[in-house]
Write a protein that binds this ligand. Sequence first.
Ligand code: AMP
Ligand code: GLY
Length: 433
Amino acid sequence: MKLLVIGSGGREHALAWRLARSPRVHKVYVAPGNGGTEAGDLLENVPLTNAEELADFVQKSGVSLTVVGPEAPLAAGVVDVFRARGLKIFGPTRAAAQLESSKDYAKAFMTRHGIPTAAYATFTDPAQAHAYIDQQGAPIVIKADGLAAGKGVVVAMTADEAHAAIDAMLGDGSLGEAGARVVIEEFLTGEEASFIVMCDGRHVLALATSQDHKRLQDGDAGPNTGGMGAYSPAPIVTPELHHRIMREIILPTVQGMARDGIPYTGFLYAGLMIAPGDSADRPIKTLEFNCRMGDPETQPIMMRIKSDLLDALEHAVEGTLDQADIVWDRRTALGVVLAAHNYPGTPRTGDAITGLPADADDRMVFHAATTRKDGQVQTSGGRVLCVTALGDSIRIARDRAYETVSAIHFDGRQYRGDIGWRALKPSQQKPRS
Ligand code: AMP
Ligand code: GLY
């Protein structure tokens, strides 16, 4: 069977790598792919991004099933285009992808369906937004309504920062259309976790839990990024919390979308804030929805799948996800992102990468922004690689990942040295999966 993965990041390399392990798969096309998917076993890049052209390619080359990685093609309606031609694709429709592509839509949806989230108000008028900030005080969180490639959220610790964010988004139009409407939100404290599930419109299959590291530098310092490293499982999500997240957030979301006439199909990612403390009923609130898997969370999650992911995907597109299961490796997987010089600003590209190891089942270097040129692998964007390893404990996984990191070189590389620190704290309880 031939499959297509749409996207070009580390998430897509990991998805394609895992799918290529299925005994029933003999080719995984990746569009447009990167330097890692170009050279992977059974993988092949296709230089296409337009939805109609991708659908033509699928029809011409006999691809049975397509999986979409990033949010942009989903928000642009790639699923609608494929379905209109009767092609099998796993992802949300353009309407359902609004859970990510419009913060205001997501907040109104959560409020309407009683899904716990931070209190908020939405503004297009700068004067009203400024007045609201004066009334609420800081800390406070300002979010651009639309997709802003990770740059749309300002966690303002002072009222001045909050006012400046309003001026930039509503006044100067620094984020364009995406920032022409803003959501202003109550500041929440606690620990974040990523909870990702597969949905078929009615049923839900939870993936293993994970935790990302959004800030650039050690100790969660520096600017926000797309994610500098992740591990799975996330020990903070105990079996009790897992159960509550499904009951209080995930199932009401899927049922709410169905009730609103926009059944949700695809990966659904809930970014959660779990309030501090140990009490079983401490609040769990939804910070955001993404209509896709996380990057880099996908990389450790894919390394832990022991069963055939294609089986679960087929059930998901057929609407029989209640009959699917995924068998998880009990070990921990941990991924460290190597980023280019000047990331998350404008990254330098074209640096030669050396020291890449051969693929192994328990240690993979997933490529994100790489190309192959003149016999070299070169950097081609911000987050370049995600070095991911499995280990019997998070400590072992971490040590194995960093051992590989130290062998890989490119000029200007940046990475965090403390991926996994939260889970390495001695007080954590036993995770579920
Ligand atoms: P989002 O894209 O909405 O998940 O926001 C990006 C990051 O901003 C989150 O991962 C959090 O670290 C932070 N954040 C978002 N909303 C809040 C909030 N209400 N309170 C505190 N931090 C937040
Ligand atoms: N790693 C966070 C995200 O994919 O949104």
